[in-house]
Write a protein that binds this ligand. Structure first.
Ligand code: OKS
Ligand code: MG
Ligand code: ZN
Length: 343
């Protein structure tokens, strides 16, 4: 399987994540991508390609033009106000307040986000752009006939809405790839999100549509991030009714339980008969992940990959979460190797 990787991911080098009342070193750090890349090479998974430049056209099929423009100048606008630290949202339109775009950068940071852990600094825009190009390049490889491709995206994407960043995500790489398939004539696309967290952005982007089926397996949002979306009674609306599926699990969930949800997801995908599949691949389901509570073991990722292959679909994997850096390479690449038949 080919891997698409951009060294520009390292332009995102934020120093801070708001966590537990402290500004800690971010969990979503450059070594995550470098460790996965090293494992791809060590295992000779296949060629590693740099992304093509697709411009902002395919990004704006998913994200609003004003959100994209905000991200492009956010850091400069923050610096121009003379702020001493990294750009962190700290104010939102609460219930009863106005959802309008303020001029001031503090106001716009709140308007275009849903959480405060994700800081912005120099290079975030370039890294987020490159990450979308990585997903689009993998999508193009599959559209041109590859059975599957691995988009080694960083930053991740599945939390990003059409006009909201958060959860370490800016552009929704999986949604951008899914929309690219649609725009190239594929009739139906499924997005299966196996990251520990709910893919709230992906769900929201396609919530009113029947042409993109969104499914996410994740920790119960009553207990974990993103807290305000991802419950099982969210099934889609309007034309999209019946085309969103959330499967939630409690703390301590091992593969033999989680995989029952995977079977439900695979059955729904089979009924939907998509022309292509996007797998939003997080490996923060791992038993030693520092911020999550599932109990998948490294070998389970081989089994997961094998099951995904059995769907028989052209498949793009987009990298999402996973924060045990020591294991992230083995776990992510195990999915690809399982897909390719390694037991
Ligand atoms: C806040 C926790 C923020 C969690 C962000 C989740 C990132 C992720 N203390 N999404 O898939 O892995
Ligand atoms: Mg998920
Ligand atoms: Zn995650």
């Amino acid at each position: 399987m080919k891997t698409v990787f951009s060294p520009l991911h390292s332009r995102r080098q934020v120093k801070t994540e708001l966590d537990g009342g402290l500004l800690i070193e971010p969990h979503e750090k450059p070594s995550r991508a470098e460790t996965i890349l090293a494992r791809v090479k060590d295992q000779a998974l296949g060629d590693v390609l740099e992304p093509e430049e697709f411009g902002l056209g395919p990004v704006q099929r998913v994200h609003t033009a004003d959100y994209v423009a905000f991200l492009e100048t956010c850091w400069q606008d923050w610096l121009a106000e003379g702020k001493p630290g990294e750009a962190i949202p700290a104010v939102w339109a609460g219930r009863g307040m106005r959802h309008r775009v303020p001029k001031d950068i503090d106001g716009r940071l709140g308007y275009y986000s849903f959480a405060a852990e994700t800081s912005i600094s120099e290079g975030t825009w370039e890294a987020a752009r490159a990450s979308a190009n990585v997903a689009l390049t993998a999508q193009k490889l599959v559209a041109e006939g590859e059975r599957a491709a691995f988009a080694l995206c960083r930053p991740p994407g599945h939390h990003a809405h059409a006009d909201l960043f958060g959860g370490y995500c800016f552009f929704n790489n999986a949604a951008i790839a899914a929309q690219a398939f649609r725009d190239q004539g594929y009739s139906r696309v499924a997005v299966l999100d196996v990251d520990f967290h709910h893919g709230n952005g992906t769900q929201a982007i396609f919530y009113h549509r029947a042409d993109v089926l969104t499914i996410s397996l994740h920790g119960d949002p009553d207990l974990v991030f993103p807290h305000f979306l991802g419950f099982e009674d969210e099934t889609g609306e309007g034309d999209g009714e019946g085309y969103n599926l959330n499967l939630t699990f409690p703390p301590g969930t091992p593969y033999h339980v989680w995989s029952q949800g995977l079977e439900t997801a695979c059955q729904r995908i089979g009924e939907f008969q998509p022309d292509a599949l996007i797998v939003a691949l997080g490996v923060d389901t791992f038993e030693d992940d520092p911020i999550s509570f599932f109990k998948l073991a490294s070998g389970d990722y081989l089994t997961l990959g094998r099951r995904l292959e059995q769907l028989g679909l052209p498949t793009v994997f987009t990298m999402e979460g996973g924060y045990d850096v020591d294991a992230i390479g083995v776990n992510a690449v195990n999915v690809m190797q399982g897909f390719e038949g390694k037991a």
